[in-house]
Design a protein around this ligand. Structure first.
Ligand code: PXL
Length: 277
């Protein structure tokens, strides 16, 4: 297994099992060096909580990057998640240009929407800003809602495999080399991940749980990046991340007190086992 230096740029939601509080442990468990650039510190994520605190760290981002550039640091992979503003996206593009090692990979999770709606605080214009990261991305990891917002298409829950193929074309049209769309289902009992890579298109169907959980997109992305940087193929990484995320939901779903995120920690040994196969 290779040891990669990964930079992940997202917020810290201090409580809520999303963004950096899941990316860091999951990447570490996958055996990779996880470096972080926090874009903001919030008391909780914005889904389902009210009166959360928010400390914007936008202006720290170029300062942190400048220090690393001076130190000659470069990253084998830069992986972005939840970002808060156009300014942060500009800074992230600068970071892609200056801090990626030769041959390094960029993974963009446009974490901004789910179930047909943008997260609190975002609008259509921000979604189009997020799309500006696509030309740099080796892989983008939107859910179906995010795919619709990125491409400026209206959201519909019922879609055909042909429409998913059309969406893949549109997302590649934005500049992404490969695309993994999560939450793609064609019957009520199932959902899955649709993959477009150099190898062509594929689809991995899996069980659909009734209720969605906050932060599962972030768990998925971190597990995907962990698997992919560990040398698994793109399709296999997409499947491993789906199975892992599902196992975390299964462990959490019957606990009404744990509505704000998934218990991803106890399933880490299962993820590590998958990577060792
Ligand atoms: O899970 C995505 C996410 C990350 N960070 C913050 C969020 C959300 C989703 O709501 O609010 C701050």
């Amino acid at each position: 297994m290779t040891y990669k230096r990964i930079l992940t740029i997202q917020d810290i939601s201090c409580l809520g099992q999303c963004s950096l509080t899941v990316a860091l442990p999951i990447l570490s468990a996958c055996g990779q060096e996880a470096c972080i650039m926090p874009s903001a510190v919030l008391s909780t994520h914005t889904g389902g909580f009210r009166n959360f605190t928010f400390c914007d760290l936008t202006e720290e981002m170029p300062k942190i990057a400048a220090h690393w550039i001076n130190e000659g640091i470069r990253f084998d992979c830069i992986y972005t998640g939840y970002l808060g503003s156009k300014k942060q996206i500009d800074y992230v593009i600068d970071i892609f240009r200056s801090l990626l090692a030769p041959g390094g990979k960029i993974v963009v999770d446009p974490a901004m929407a789910d179930n047909g709606r943008l997260y609190t605080g975002f609008d259509d214009a921000f979604a189009l800003e997020m799309a500006r990261l696509c030309p740099y991305a080796d892989v983008i990891l939107p859910n179906w809602t995010e795919a619709c917002f990125l491409t400026g298409r209206s959201y519909r829950e019922d879609y055909t495999p042909e429409e998913v193929t059309g969406m893949m074309d549109a997302l590649q049209g934005l500049g992404a080399k490969s695309v993994v769309i999560t939450g793609i289902g064609y019957d009520p009992a199932q959902t899955g991940v649709a993959v477009r890579s150099e190898a062509g298109d594929s689809y991995y169907a899996h069980h659909r749980f009734e209720s969605g959980f906050h932060g599962t997109g972030d768990v998925y992305s971190a597990a995907f990046v962990g698997a992919w940087t560990s040398g698994k193929g793109l399709e296999e990484s997409a499947r491993i991340a789906a199975d892992y995320t599902l196992s975390c939901i299964a462990l959490t779903k019957d606990d009404p007190n744990h509505w704000y995120g998934v218990k991803f920690e106890a399933m880490l040994p299962k993820l590590i086992e998958e990577l060792q196969k």
